[in-house]
Design a protein around this ligand. Sequence first.
Ligand code: HEC
Length: 123
Amino acid sequence: MRIILAIAGALGLAACSTEPTPAWQMGDPEVGQQVARDLCADCHAIDRTGDSRNSAAPPFRTILATYPPEWLATDLHTGQAIAFRRMPVFHFGEGHEYDLVAYLLSIQEAPSPRPSTGPASQH
Ligand code: HEC
């Protein structure tokens, strides 16, 4: 609670919001993209297209399908190990974990059936 208030205060929102927005929903996707580029792109595909440099690392555009943004924000925030140690643990300051989640939300693929697996693709 104290953290949420601190962040809300930093953004100058504390005074005008009646129901505080959860901290993880208050990230800035543009900052998050920069953070992803700096810290995550060595392994993960961080854009809407392209393959991960580390083939074990899932592309960011698919991550939230299995990892709800709320949990991810919490795990990044607390420094909880993600995905059982094959993934380094990061320690974020200044709410960058929330910026990252905001960015991830902005690039998620729509959960649609893959065209290549449909009955129409015979070749
Ligand atoms: C050194 C390579 C490396 C870097 C750098 C890296 N990751 Fe990963 N990440 C991985 C690998 C490998 C996996 C897959 C681990 C597994 O499946 O056990 C992974 C998995 C993940 C998952 C998915 C977990 C799941 O269970 O679906 C998330 C979320 C994630 N990384 C976030 C990040 C974020 C955010 C950053 C940047 C702050 C980052 N990673 C930087 C290698 C990396």
